[in-house]
Design a protein. Structure first.
Length: 230
């Protein structure tokens, strides 16, 4: 069988299977040179098989651009005023969702007097707050130079969500962490004062404003002085 007849049979079979035939129109760079061969639909003297005609695929059309030009095909705009969004509050599971946070400074002011100072974001008190605390200790009969070193307490102890960080757990922790003798205790920060009063019922707890508030408000400073000597 001649070479052109073999190629004709091969191409006829491929065409009958609806397999497209590709042939280069120009020499391909780097390809082995080939001998030009005329297409032979079938062998001589044989009827060519019926080739199924596949419908030509439509050429891809560019995607339609959505914009003002297609406004007539858009959904009709409702004239009904939009209802306000309803915010569903997450149900709180006790105090665990809003547990208290604080850093406090604990120290002795004078014989029979202790102080629990609520700290802010700063790591230590300012110079004016140190001076005010020393003046209060001196007025209560204490010696600033003999004041014991202060202790810093922080709540919550860690960020582990599996632990109980509620106010009840904090009060129980304060009952052990605040090692204060019997007497009077001045708590600077009314919110923390209520927790100290619940944790240490044997103490006489005097709630006072923050040191920064006392520095800015002489009236409240005078009221605190009266309560300390009441």
């Amino acid at each position: 069988m001649a070479k052109d007849e073999e190629e004709g049979r091969r191409q006829a079979y491929l065409a009958a299977l609806c397999i497209p035939l590709w042939s280069p129109r120009h020499p391909l760079p780097g390809a082995q040179p080939s001998v030009p061969l005329d297409f032979v639909p079938w062998l001589h003297g044989e009827a060519a098989p019926e080739v199924a005609q596949t419908p030509a695929e439509p050429e891809p059309q560019p995607a339609a651009v959505r914009g003002p030009a297609l406004a007539s095909h858009a959904a009709p705009v409702s004239t009904k005023p939009a209802e306000p969004l309803k915010v569903v509050a997450k149900p709180a599971s006790g105090d665990q969702e809003q547990f208290p946070r604080f850093i406090c400074r604990v120290q002795t002011l004078a014989p029979g007097w202790s102080a629990v100072v609520t700290m802010g974001d700063a790591p230590d008190l300012s110079a004016r707050e140190h001076r005010l605390l020393g003046n209060l200790a001196q007025a209560l009969g204490g010696d600033v130079t003999d004041m014991q070193p202060c202790e810093h307490l922080r709540w919550p102890l860690n960020r582990n969500p599996a632990l109980d960080h509620s106010a009840g757990a904090m009060v129980e922790w304060l009952s052990h962490a605040l090692r204060l003798p019997h007497g009077r205790c001045v708590v600077f920060g009314e919110v923390l004062a209520s927790h100290v009063r619940a944790a240490l019922p044997h103490l006489v707890v005097i709630a006072a404003p923050f040191l920064s508030e006392l520095l800015d408000d002489p009236v409240r400073k005078r009221e605190l002085w009266r309560s300390l000597h009441g």
